[in-house]
Design a binder for this molecule. Structure first.
Ligand code: NZQ
Ligand code: ZN
Length: 381
C-alpha cells in the first residue's frame, strides 16, 4: 500500500424519502438564498423539481433558479452560474441532476469566491481553490459518482479541452433511487457502464499484491454487471437501480483509490473525444475500452486474468476482454464510433486531434504514446 490521506467530505442520505430528511437536517446550517441548479428539464417533467422546491420553501429559503445545465457542461455555463450566484448573493447551491449538473455546480461554487479565473489557477499555476459556496447534490441519474468528490469535469469549448477542475465537494448528497426511475434505459446503462469503467480503471492502476482496494474494486465491478443484467431483464427493477446507485458512489468516492495508483487512460481518451464530438460519456467509454484493453493485456496479464474470472467467469485474460465486449453488445451500448451520437462526423482527422491532445497516464499497465492512442481510436472507427 502506498501512503494516503482519506476523509469523507460528503454526508450521504440514501434511500426513499431521503431528500426531505436531508434538506430538513442540513439547510438550517446555511444562509437564506439557495441557487437551485438543474439540467434541461427532466426534473421538471418528472416532478422532482416541485418536490425539492417545496422543501426549500418549507425551509424558508429564497430560491434562485439556474436551469439549462447541459450534458458535458461547458466552461461558459460555469461562468453564467457564477454571474448569477454573485448577483443574487447566493449562500448555498443545490445541484439537482446527474453528473453534469453536479460537476457544473462544484466549479461554480469555487469560482464564485475566487478573484481569478479557476482555469488559470489550476492549469497554469497548479494551485487549487480552498474555499467556495457550500453546495449539496440531489442525484437524479447515477453512474458518475460525482456526488461524493470535489472534481468537476468541464468542457472548455474555446480550448477544445474536456477535463477535471477541482471545485467544492458537496457537503451532503441525496441518493434516492426513486428519482432515477425516469432515466431512459440507454442513459441508465451508459451511466452504469461509466461506474464499471471507474472500477476497472482504478483496478488497472499500479497496486501491490493482494491489495485490498483491488478486491473492493472487483466486487464493485461484479455487482455492477450483475445489476445491469437485472435491469436488462426488467428496467423497472428498483433494487437493481438502488445497487447501481451505490456502486456508482462507491466507485468514485475515493475508497477504491486508497493505497494505490490509478490508470484512467480510457477516461482521458474519452474526455477528449467528448471535447471534439460532445458524445455521451459512458457510451464513449464503451467504444474505447475493449480496443484499449487489447493493447495493454500483455502488460497486466495477471490483473486481466483475475478481472475476467471474477467479473465474467472467463478462463483467460483475453477471454475476459472478449466477455467485456460481448457484455457491451448485450447492453446495446455502442462498440464503434459510428454508433455514437456526435456533433461532428467522426473522421480519422478528428481522432488524430483527440490522440494529440488527450492526457497520457503513467501509472497504468503501460504508458502509451500518441501513435498508439491514435491506433486504438482508429480500431474503434
Ligand atoms: O438535462 P436533463 O433534462 O436533466 O436530462 C438529463 C440528461 O439528458 C437526463 N436525466 C437526468 N436525470 C434524469 C434524466 N432523465 C430522466 N429522469 C431523470 N431523473 O440524463 C441525461 C444525462 O445527464 P448527465 O448528468 O449528463 O449524465 P451523467 O450523470 O452520466 O454525467 C455525465 C457527465 O459527468 C462527467 C462526464 O464526463 C459528463 O460530463 N463525469 C464526472 C465525473 C466526476 N465528477 O467524478 C467522473 C466521470 O468519469 C465523468 O467524467
Ligand atoms: Zn467516468
Amino acid at each position: 500500500m502506498i501512503n494516503f490521506t482519506f476523509s469523507y467530505p460528503t454526508k450521504v442520505y440514501f434511500g426513499e424519502g431521503s431528500a426531505e430528511k436531508a434538506l430538513d437536517a442540513e439547510l438550517g446550517k446555511y444562509g437564506g438564498t439557495v441557487m437551485l441548479a438543474y439540467g434541461g428539464g427532466s426534473v421538471k417533467k418528472h416532478n422532482i423539481y416541485d418536490e425539492i422546491l417545496k422543501l426549500l420553501t418549507k425551509a424558508g429559503k429564497k430560491v434562485v433558479d439556474f436551469p439549462g445545465i447541459m450534458p458535458n457542461p461547458t466552461y461558459a455555463k460555469v461562468q453564467e452560474g457564477v454571474g448569477l450566484a454573485q448577483k443574487e448573493n447566493v449562500d448555498f447551491i443545490l445541484a439537482v441532476g446527474g453528473g453534469s449538473v453536479i460537476d457544473c455546480c462544484k466549479v461554480i461554487a469555487a469560482q464564485t469566491m475566487l478573484d481569478e479565473d479557476i482555469w488559470n489557477l489550476e492549469y497554469v499555476k497548479g494551485q487549487f481553490p480552498t474555499k467556495g459556496i457550500p453546495m449539496g447534490a440531489v442525484v437524479t441519474a447515477s453512474g458518475t459518482g460525482a456526488e461524493m468528490n470535489a472534481g468537476g469535469v468541464i468542457t472548455h469549448e474555446e480550448k477544445k479541452w474536456k477535463g477535471g477542475i477541482f471545485g467544492m465537494a458537496p457537503v451532503f448528497a441525496v441518493l434516492d433511487p426513486a428519482y432515477t426511475m425516469s432515466v431512459p434505459p440507454m442513459q441508465v446503462l451508459s451511466g452504469a457502464f461509466d461506474t464499471l469503467s471507474h472500477a476497472m480503471e482504478t483496478y488497472l492502476g499500479t497496486s501491490d499484491e493482494d491489495n485490498v482496494s483491488d478486491d473492493v474494486a472487483l466486487a464493485i465491478m461484479r455487482n455492477t454487471v450483475v445489476n445491469m443484467r437485472r435491469l436488462l431483464k426488467n428496467m423497472e427493477d428498483r433494487k437493481a437501480r438502488s445497487n447501481l446507485m451505490w456502486d456508482s458512489a462507491m466507485a468514485e468516492n475515493g475508497i477504491l483509490k486508497c493505497g494505490r495508483l490509478t490508470d484512467f487512460q480510457a477516461h482521458q481518451i474519452e474526455h477528449q473525444l467528448g471535447a471534439y464530438t460532445d458524445c455521451n460519456h459512458g457510451q464513449g467509454l464503451a467504444v474505447i475500452h475493449p480496443a484499449y484493453y487489447r493493447h495493454i493485456v500483455g502488460d497486466a496479464d495477471d490483473k486481466f486474468t483475475r478481472f475476467g474470472k471474477v467479473v465474467f467467469d472467463a478462463d483467460t485474460a483475453e477471454a475476459g476482454i472478449d466477455a467485456l465486449e460481448n457484455f457491451i453488445k448485450e447492453c446495446g451500448l455502442p462498440t464503434k464510433m459510428s454508433q455514437l451520437k456526435s456533433t461532428v462526423e467522426i473522421t480519422p482527422e478528428v481522432l488524430r486531434q483527440v490522440a494529440d491532445t488527450c492526457n497520457i497516464i503513467k501509472s497504468g499497465p503501460r504508458e502509451l504514446d500518441r501513435e498508439e492512442i491514435y491506433e486504438i481510436l482508429m480500431e474503434c472507427l
